[in-house]
Design a protein around this ligand. Structure first.
Ligand code: HSO
Ligand code: ZN
Length: 443
């Protein structure tokens, strides 16, 4: 149990060091026959995708995912034929409707003010083509497709391309196909990992290059997104998930443990518990143990790995200190299980999402609460936000001034231009201030 300065130290993160688990390094060495850094692996894959396009995608998918897809695109018949049971189908519809309903409330318009100066404003336009990365790996993340594509659709993006790694038999999970169909998406490709990010950034014969790539992924996907940034836009760098629970003595140890374990079953997850009550910490310890034992495999191993390898437990002197630690850590999820969570909201400065009270557990947020579950991880909530409509729009500044304004502010512009040593700039302004015969009159 960490306290005081030790807790501050343990919850301080530097974004530049993406933690690389030993298991990842071991897998790299087994795959490549030499000890490479994850960055070196991603560089290799990206360069190959850029040089050889679809063939590189096929080869890397075969090598890393265990299936070599001859045809990368999911065909129309496969998409149309996917079936899940009625109840799951209904839940998919519910999730889509809830997420859409949430993003339709996000203010996302521009402004154009016609005033005495003429007109100044911002045009807001949807991006043209967006890539959505849906992780495969341990679980088929149906919800991630919904939670990334819907904000893009609400933004008005006309063209959405989805990539997701195939299972070892080459299939894409039927629920992902059904969700895609419900969303009206038709461009799906069975390719994942860094190679998928490369394909979306550079384009290949099968996969069109996109303007922006969104969606969470493993370490290799995150590194690839960092490396292609500039070729394509990147919404943020969501990686392994974290949940920080702030609990006081009123919290239910059963719920606290359940929420920590829910996120712990994600690969590489980091559960953090900050409590003002020593009794609660002890009770949660026992609950974690019991609930872990009760989980089926493989979930128990996944969750146990996160708890044993990365869980942090902090005893805070007050709720103020708990919130200050939470802001320092900047968690993807901040869960407030306290007597009066609303009274703490004003102190929340850095988090991907804040979940207030027992009826708002983060697991519900993963599916049907409304806001996208694609949130900044690894401390990037210091400067990034959850996926939202604005990620899928660009802003165009509008300048439409009139003659009177030109006369008023032109001299200041010319003066600044000369101070920068940029004579042609100054003259461009002054030519309008002193028009010559034959110039068209100003607006
Ligand atoms: N909690 C994960 C998202 C997710 N959970 C998808 C279940 N499915 C990252 O925020
Ligand atoms: Zn989750």
């Amino acid at each position: 149990v960490l306290q005081g300065p030790d807790a501050r130290r343990a919850l301080t993160r530097t974004f530049n060091d993406l933690p690389v688990p030993d298991a990842v390094l071991a897998r790299i060495e087994a795959t490549f026959g030499e000890p490479l850094s994850p960055e070196a692996v991603v560089e290799r894959i990206l360069a190959d995708v850029r040089a050889r396009g679809d063939d590189a995608l096929r080869d890397w998918t075969g090598r890393l995912d265990g299936y070599r897809p001859e045809v990368l695109a999911v065909g129309a018949a496969e998409l149309a034929g996917a079936v899940v049971d009625e109840a799951l189908h209904g839940a998919i519809r519910t999730a889509i409707a809830r997420v859409r309903g949430f993003y339709e409330q996000q203010p996302a318009h521009g402004f154009l003010n016609h005033g005495p100066d003429g007109a100044l404003g911002q045009l807001v336009r949807p991006l043209g083509r967006v890539g959505v990365y849906v992780p495969g790996g341990l679980a088929p993340l149906i919800s991630t497709l919904i939670h990334t594509a819907v904000p893009a659709q609400v933004a008005g993006v006309p063209d959405i391309v989805v990539t997701t790694p195939p299972a070892r038999d080459g299939t894409v999970h039927p629920a992902i196909l059904v969700a895609a169909r419900e969303l009206g998406l038709t461009q799906l490709f069975r390719v994942g990992g860094a190679q998928a990010i490369g394909a979306l950034a550079y384009g290949t014969a099968s996969i069109p290059a996109v303007d922006k790539i969104a969606g969470p992924g493993n370490l290799f996907v995150v590194i690839a997104k960092r490396m292609v940034y500039g070729m394509a836009g990147i919404e943020s760098l969501p990686g392994p998930t974290e949940t920080l629970v702030v609990a006081d003595d009123s919290a239910s140890a059963r719920f606290v443990a359940a929420d920590l374990l829910a996120q712990a079953e994600h690969n590489g997850a980091e559960p953090v518990l900050v409590s003002t009550s020593r009794e609660l910490l002890i009770a949660v310890q026992a609950e974690l143990h019991g609930q872990l034992e009760a989980l089926p495999e493989p979930n128990r191993s996944w969750a146990r790995d996160s708890v044993l390898a990365r869980m942090k437990v902090v005893l805070a002197g007050s709720l103020d200190e708990a919130l200050s630690l939470a802001n320092l850590y900047a968690p993807e999820h901040l869960c407030l299980l306290t007597r009066d969570p609303w009274s703490l909201l004003g102190q929340v400065q850095r988090a991907g999402g804040v979940f207030l009270g027992e009826a708002s557990m983060e697991a519900l947020g993963d599916y049907v609460a409304g806001p996208s579950h694609v949130m900044p991880t690894g401390g990037t909530a210091r400067f990034m936000s959850p996926v939202n409509v604005r990620d899928f729009q660009n802003i165009i500044s509008v300048v439409g001034l009139n003659e009177a304004t030109l006369r008023r502010i032109g001299p200041a512009g010319a003066l600044l231009a000369r101070a920068e040593g940029l004579e042609a700039h100054a003259r461009a302004i002054e030519s309008r201030l002193a028009p010559e015969p034959g110039d068209t009159p100003g607006a």
